[in-house]
Design a protein around this ligand. Structure first.
Ligand SMILES: NC(=O)c1ccc[n+]([C@@H]2O[C@H](COP(=O)([O-])OP(=O)(O)OC[C@H]3O[C@@H](n4cnc5c(N)ncnc54)[C@H](O)[C@@H]3O)[C@@H](O)[C@H]2O)c1
Length: 347
């Protein structure tokens, strides 16, 4: 029987540590855990994530590398069954400018976190990785074992963390499910969290700003790539679907690792369809009902041409597939654009 047709089981409620749980994906994953009957425990330094996204959840403000704090969290919640490790610096062009900060915060601090989890015998880790580490393939569809091509310090830091998790899992009781996210967009079903950067670097955030007149035009960065229309290709996955993939990963953690036959397994999380920037703009205009002013510019430093996910492994091991469409995700991002001032206090 394939994982997708596994009958519903009665699941016990779990407590799950979510590092970076005040962030965009972390806060939405916390909500998806709650909707599935679980209890998220948030650890976030608020380096970038807004306090408003923590809501009324169990929250520890602090750094992932603070071993005393980690010990206290697990003393106070010794029923935490797994850790979802999302805390990181995430802006690709910024990583080109600030390599020290990216390697320190993403790599060194994760090393401390993983080692302390081993010491505390809390060894189930779901780790947020990225499709930004894949090399370019002629057909743009990437499988987990395809070659990598690391084009920014951010991508290097994520690949290093995957490697660290793999090596530590081979040598200790640590176990890892590495989710390589493609391009998350949108908000949660209640529009309570979304992109919070004042000047979002993500393509959809920029489109929303251009559409709402907060910037003069949407700039397509890179128009001479070897794709069907010259613009970058991405696999846009609704963030709510992505959040649900984490719920599956923690609920099925032991079975997934056992089925994978390795102590650390990598799984793509995307829709399985590639969308170019021009196609995204067309979809956006369709959902928004109006044209968006456009400009063109060369690629930003560290930008990749892109890829879309082969999702066979996510289906097989997690029993997960995306359910929401690109138009759903765009509508959700637009709804967040309308709502975010109320929640964040800025447009
Ligand atoms: N957003 C994307 O497009 C995308 C794509 C692929 C992978 N990812 C990965 O998903 C994860 C979450 O991304 P996001 O978009 O929600 O980013 P985000 O910046 O909104 O969230 C990251 C959170 O981590 C916190 N943080 C950073 N360093 C910390 C530290 N040392 N200790 C404690 N907290 C710390 C920040 O305050 C923030 O709340 C990241 O690991 C990112 O690399 C994101």
């Amino acid at each position: 029987m394939s994982a997708g047709t596994t009958p519903r089981r009665t699941l016990t409620a779990m407590k799950v540590l979510v590092t970076g749980g005040a962030g965009y994906i972390g806060s939405i994953t916390a909500k998806a855990l709650e909707e599935a009957g679980h209890v998220p425990v948030i650890l976030d330094s608020l380096l970038t994530g807004p306090r408003a996204f923590v809501r009324d959840r169990i929250f520890y403000e602090g750094d992932i590398s603070d071993r005393d704090l980690l010990t206290r969290i697990f003393d106070e919640h010794d029923d935490i069954a797994a850790t979802i490790h999302m805390a990181a610096r995430i802006v690709i062009p910024e990583s080109v400018q600030l390599p020290y900060e990216y390697y320190r915060d993403n790599v060194s601090k994760s090393l401390e976190l993983f080692d302390q989890l081993v010491a505390l015998e809390k060894t189930r880790v779901v780790f947020s990785s990225t499709a930004a580490i894949y090399g370019v393939k002629a057909d743009f569809e990437v499988r987990e074992d395809d070659p990598l091509d690391l084009t920014s310090p951010y991508a290097h830091s994520k690949q290093m963390m995957e490697q660290i998790l793999r090596d530590m899992a081979a040598a200790t009781d640590l176990r890892g499910i590495v989710l390589r996210y493609f391009n998350p967009i949108g908000s949660d079903p209640d529009t309570e969290s979304g992109i919070y950067a004042k000047e979002p670097s993500h393509v959809l955030g920029q489109l929303v700003m251009a559409a709402r007149g907060q910037k003069p035009a949407f700039t397509i960065t890179g128009t001479e790539h070897p794709t069907r229309d010259g613009t970058g290709i991405r696999d846009y996955v609704h963030v709510w679907d992505l959040a649900r993939a984490h719920v599956r990963a923690v609920e099925r953690f032991d079975e997934v690792v056992e089925a994978a036959g390795e102590p650390s397994v990598v799984i793509n999380v995307g829709t399985g369809s590639g969308v170019t920037v021009r196609e995204l703009v067309a979809a956006f205009e369709r959902v928004f009902g109006r044209e968006v002013p456009l400009a063109e510019a060369p690629p930003r430093p560290g930008d990749a041409i892109g890829a879309f996910a082969n999702v066979d492994r996510a289906h097989e091991l997690l029993g997960w597939r995306h359910e929401l469409s690109l138009d759903d995700a765009i509508a959700s991002a637009l709804a967040w654009g309308e709502k975010r001032q109320e929640i964040l206090g800025y447009e």
